[in-house]
Design a protein around this ligand. Sequence first.
Ligand SMILES: NC(=O)c1ccc[n+]([C@@H]2O[C@H](COP(=O)([O-])OP(=O)(O)OC[C@H]3O[C@@H](n4cnc5c(N)ncnc54)[C@H](OP(=O)(O)O)[C@@H]3O)[C@@H](O)[C@H]2O)c1
Length: 274
Amino acid sequence: MKIGFIGTGNMGGAILKSYARVAEEQGNEALAFNRTKAKAEALLEDVKKDSGKSFEIKDSLAELVKDSDIVFMCVEPQNFDDVMPGVAEAFGEAGEKILVSIAAGITIDYLEGKLGKDAKIVRTMPNTPIMHGLGATAMVRNANISDEDMEAVKAVFEAGGITGEVTEDLIGAVIGVSGSSPAYTYMYIDALIKVGTDNGLDPELAKRFAAQAVMGAGKMVLTADESPAQLCDNVCSPGGTTIEAVKKLREENFEEITVRGAQASVDRAEEMSK
Ligand SMILES: NC(=O)c1ccc[n+]([C@@H]2O[C@H](COP(=O)([O-])OP(=O)(O)OC[C@H]3O[C@@H](n4cnc5c(N)ncnc54)[C@H](OP(=O)(O)O)[C@@H]3O)[C@@H](O)[C@H]2O)c1
């Protein structure tokens, strides 16, 4: 199969980079088209350096779509109105190809409006850690997608992390939980770095230790039988240091503030839906 990517920016580039590592062993080929060709070329160099693998850069949108079995739409939501007519023209007979969108706010209904009710469409919500194999991608299928189609699309995202299927009404919730949350996690890591440097640590060491602690805590949550709350209790020995931090954070409403921040992302996702 040929897997084509329209848009090799932050997200499209991240997915393509992770997928390029395994495309060949899955018996597939990766293709790309980006408005600014130099960006796709820079990504290709990066992919070659990273994994020794490659992908083909196409000269036009029409060529990319015609040559692909699965087309990943990785352009900004505001550019869909410009790009979709060209995609629709080259998309061929309904059922021939699968269109996968990664865009926030672009609904299956909108995409069916552009490609027809019989087109095969998967709407997804990935996040940038996919480039390091630690992505989390939610997937929604329209009525024309078979289990086999879904497996083919899943294989692309699972080259870079975990996936889960949801209904479309839950995409906003996914955006709050995993799509946008790397950003607020960076803020948290930055705050930990500040504590480290304020207390005399070398900034580079503080950064590595804070980031590793966040990644390690994530791993603990994914592998432990206990809930996150229980894991927190487990490390709060009475009279110890951690319990003092946890008490202070609770007094200052750390959890409520995080919920309010993430909810703003969910609300914005609902507003952007078209
Ligand atoms: N960033 C995230 O964390 C994240 C998470 C989940 C989902 N998403 C979704 O991912 C999509 C892309 O976001 P991004 O952050 O990757 O944006 P981005 O870095 O701006 O990348 C968008 C890319 O699309 C290209 N493009 C625009 N119009 C095009 C056209 N007509 N033909 C070909 N290429 C075109 C741009 O080319 P140029 O080089 O010419 O600008 C750019 O490389 C969005 O729909 C967003 O909702 C992003």
